[in-house]
Design a protein around this ligand. Structure first.
Ligand code: ASP
Ligand code: MG
Length: 406
């Protein structure tokens, strides 16, 4: 029997009607002969509301308790989903992360999946039930409830699809697929039919908010094709899959902008082996995710290291950076005003030249100043003023003709 994993995001289960609609999709697949596992997010903006509520009580809620609170959101939607399926005359059962044996490490609010014991799910599927799993949550080895980071129901879904060796994994959301860029900023953005894991990973980490990055990592590692599609229509969305040859012909497949960044600059560091490793070990210990690392050695022989972090990690990062400042006796550490990052991504960059030039020229023509540049094999990013972010994105999107059918 073929197995399908269906994941419904918050907007797709925002009210009773939408829950019933999602339930019908699951039932349809069941009637077509599939074994069906559903992964469900909290209803609408529930998670945001719960966080706001916690913040009304305290600025700094204990992360364990935050996890305890946030996981209730998904528990509401899985139980309602099971009721909806039951009411429509089919068998279903809702299960929490702990009940399906989704084991994570102990890092509250940012836990990583370590293991999934699929026995319970398989047992329930064997009884002919539709299994509804709470997204975004797990338990650590000692049974403490954890969450996997905002937006991580996607990750629950793809990880389950991997473990259960599902034949299909569909992510139902409020957009009809992955676009060449954010259509709210660039109206010429087009839906992409097929994109590689690597491109999608770059786009996700660059602020293309459709999918949780770790979900794509799981997909890549275990070869799960991920179909991102709208829960409001029946049109096909975007398939995220392994790289195939024809993708190489498209030089740039997407562009993205990320606005909520700050840049730290640490000048005057000793230029010795182990210094940078020490700095990033500290940041990693505090679970601060850093990006766009640039190091240069100045005339005086000292090193200047800079990196960007998300605004939400700012206060945590400041603490660590202050430790580093003391340790190396630095005169100053600089934390910039917010910065933005505009990027283009494409596996075709590996085999085409002139891509960076085209991007820099487009920004120059738009009179956008570039403060820093970072690249990977399939990505070019420029750090710019947030005031220029939308304009920069539009110019770059046009320069690479992303608005035209390929
Ligand atoms: N409800 C969680 C969030 O809003 C997880 C998810 O929706 O993927 O972040
Ligand atoms: Mg999401």
């Amino acid at each position: 029997m073929e197995l399908i994993v269906l994941k419904f995001g918050g907007t797709s289960v925002a009210d009773a009607g939408r829950i019933q609609r999602a339930a019908r999709r699951a039932i349809n697949y069941k009637q077509q002969g599939f074994n069906v596992v559903m992964v469900v997010s909290a209803m609408g903006k529930t998670t945001d509301k719960l966080i706001a509520l916690a913040q009304e009580i305290t600025d700094d809620p204990p992360r364990r308790e935050l996890d305890m609170l946030l996981t209730t959101g998904e528990q509401v939607s899985i139980s309602l989903m099971a009721m909806a399926i039951n009411a429509a005359g089919h068998e279903a059962i809702s299960l929490t992360g702990g009940q399906v044996g989704l084991i994570t490490d102990a890092v509250h609010t940012k836990a990583r999946i370590q293991n999934i014991h699929a026995d319970r799910i398989n047992e329930e599927l064997g009884r002919g039930r539709i299994v509804i799993v709470a997204g975004f949550q797990g338990v650590d080895e000692s049974g403490e409830i954890t969450t996997l980071g905002r937006g991580a129901s996607d990750t629950t879904a793809v990880a389950l699809a991997a473990v259960l060796k599902a034949n299909r994994c569909e992510i139902y959301t409020d957009v009809d697929g992955i676009y060449t860029t954010d259509p709210r900023i660039v109206s010429e953005a087009r839906k992409i039919d097929m994109i590689s894991y690597d491109e999608m990973l770059e786009l996700a980490s660059l602020g293309a908010g459709v999918m949780h990055s770790r979900a794509i990592e799981f997909g890549k590692k275990y070869g799960v094709d991920i179909h991102v599609r709208s829960s409001f229509t029946d049109t096909l969305g975007t398939i995220i899959t392994r790289e195939v040859e024809k993708m190489e012909h498209i030089v740039v497949s997407g562009a993205a902008v990320k606005k909520d960044l700050v840049q730290f600059v640490l000048p005057g560091l000793p230029n010795h082996p182990g210094v940078v490793a020490g700095i990033f070990a500290k940041l990693a210990n505090h679970v601060v995710i850093v990006d766009d690392i640039i190091q240069t050695v100045t005339d005086g022989g000292t090193a200047s290291t800079s990196f960007t972090v998300e605004y939400s990690d700012l206060s945590e990062c400041k603490v660590v950076v202050e430790e580093i400042r003391k340790e190396y006796n630095l005169k100053e550490v600089i934390c910039t005003d917010p910065v933005a990052k505009v990027s283009v991504v494409g596996v075709g960059m590996r085999s085409h030249t002139g891509v960076a030039l085209k991007m820099f020229q487009a920004l120059a023509d738009a009179k956008v100043n570039i403060n820093a540049i970072t690249t990977s094999e399939i990505k070019i990013s420029c750090i710019i003023d947030p005031a220029d972010a939308d304009k920069a994105l539009r110019e770059v999107h046009a320069a690479f003709e992303l608005d035209k059918e390929k």
